[in-house]
Design a protein around this ligand. Structure first.
Ligand SMILES: [Zn+2]
Ligand SMILES: [Zn+2]
Length: 437
């Protein structure tokens, strides 16, 4: 249920109570009638195959008229273009609006009450009424336009409705069915979303709003960066009653804990997020040599480190047994690692492909407190009862009642967050290389 129901959050016939089926079932009555009749005839053998004959003796001109409207290529093309253009684009902005405080509590929060999604999470009946009306208006627009332009066809319309249902259910199925090798056709990632893609929307909340085409998320990604990791928003709303917590300090703490004692050097490769920079800085201050293979990344880190730290630029990938891996690590680079290398991802998602002769840590995550019940898998790339640090950090932040936000380019006190997480029962994960040895 929505956290604060508003106008038309509930379906209008809810007050009818047990008389509800009279309204809901009524439109289905013809289908029901024919289904029952059909079942009855099968049972009794009342109507014989002679009825088929009369079907084929329909007047020829009536059949042809019907036939012309069954399939029209221009209808299918028009629906496809209208969906890929205005519908997906308008859905993106409608969805963003639904995440605004004014609409989130009365409507969209309901969809988020299913934390671990299932295909059923996408069903119309599990959405607030007003939200559903908005979706119907949007999705029926291409169909209506084909009707108004005289190009409507039965197969294109039915195909479109089926496509919307199919894609919507797939996005919520909570397991990945798109093989990694599909990435060999890079433009596809802009044109078709995947269960992992939408799962990130459910776990990270303010990202991946697109309907079926992630291109609109990529286009607006630039403006997200201008938001400086939420800092602009926090400054704009100084009296926010909620705290913004991105979990970066706990991510840094977990990553530092994952680097085993005695490590003297490691390689860092991937998009230099604020977590990556903070980890690299903390490691180098501990005396561990951080190597980066790319000049631009070396310069960026060098600037952040100042005169402190042990930072080197090195392209000898195979010399490092421990890699800190981020979002832009390519498969080609991964192949350069020596056999037995331990990869520790600092990004939200793990690498798309994993080498069988190497070890991989999970993305920054912790085991949930043993006392916590009814929690199984939160992210489909993590084991059961393991939760991403971003979620744990938010829970701990709330439990501790900390007043400051954790967003923007700064990182909170790493030790304080780490100790508070352990105090509330979260446990570090074992390092895979050690557990397998
Ligand atoms: Zn949403
Ligand atoms: Zn969803």
């Amino acid at each position: 249920m929505a956290s604060k129901p508003g106008i038309l959050t509930d379906w209008p016939w809810k007050p009818l109570g047990s008389f509800k089926p009279l309204v809901i079932e009524q439109p289905k009555a013809p289908t029901g009638l024919w289904t029952r009749l059909s079942n009855l005839t099968k049972l009794t053998g009342m109507i014989k195959y002679c009825s088929m004959q009369s079907c084929f003796t329909w007047p020829t001109n009536t059949f042809q008229e019907l036939h012309t409207q069954i399939w029209r290529t221009d209808s299918a093309i028009l629906i496809m273009l209208l969906h890929a253009g205005p519908v997906d684009f308008l859905y993106y902005w409608l969805h963003r609006a639904l995440h605004h405080n004014y609409l989130y509590s009365p409507y969209h929060s309901h969809h988020y009450s299913s934390i671990v999604t299932e295909p059923i999470s996408s069903l119309p009946l599990v959405h607030p009424f007003a939200e559903l009306i908005a979706y119907y208006v949007l999705f029926m627009t291409p169909v209506l336009i084909t009707v108004l332009t005289g190009t409507a066809s039965i197969i294109a319309t039915a195909g479109y409705i089926t496509f919307v249902d199919f894609m919507n259910s797939m996005g919520h199925c909570n397991f990945e069915l798109i093989p990694n090798r599909v990435s060999i056709f890079p433009p596809l990632k802009y044109l078709m979303y995947t269960p992992s893609y939408h799962s990130l929307h459910h776990t990270q909340f303010r990202t991946n709003y697109s309907l079926f085409m992630p291109i609109y998320d990529y286009i607006t990604c630039m403006s997200e960066e201008l938001n400086k990791y939420g800092e602009v928003y926090a400054r704009k709303h100084p009296k926010l009653k909620v705290k913004l917590v991105d979990g970066s300090s706990l991510a840094v703490a977990v990553l530092l804990n994952n680097i085993s004692k005695g490590t003297t050097q490691l390689l860092l490769r991937g998009k230099l997020t604020k977590v990556a920079v903070a980890v690299a800085f903390a490691l180098s201050r501990k005396g561990i040599q951080v190597s980066v293979p790319r000049e631009d990344e070396y310069e960026k880190l060098d600037k952040s480190f100042g005169s402190e730290g042990k930072l080197v630029m090195s392209k000898s990938y195979s010399s490092y047994k421990i890699w800190l891996a981020g979002h832009e690590l390519t498969e080609k680079e991964q192949q350069k690692a020596a056999k037995g290398t331990l990869f520790t991802p600092f990004s939200q998602f793990p690498p798309k492909r994993m080498r069988k002769d190497c070890f991989y840590h999970t993305t920054p995550a912790m085991e949930i407190p043993r006392a916590l019940e009814n929690v199984d898998s939160c992210e489909n790339w993590l084991p059961r009862r393991v939760m991403s640090v971003s979620r744990i950090a938010r829970i701990v932040h709330g439990l501790e009642g900390w007043e400051e936000h954790e967003c923007g380019s700064t990182i909170s006190n790493i030790d304080k967050v780490w100790e508070a997480s352990l105090k509330h029962g979260s446990e570090p994960l074992r390092i895979p290389a050690l557990s397998k040895s």
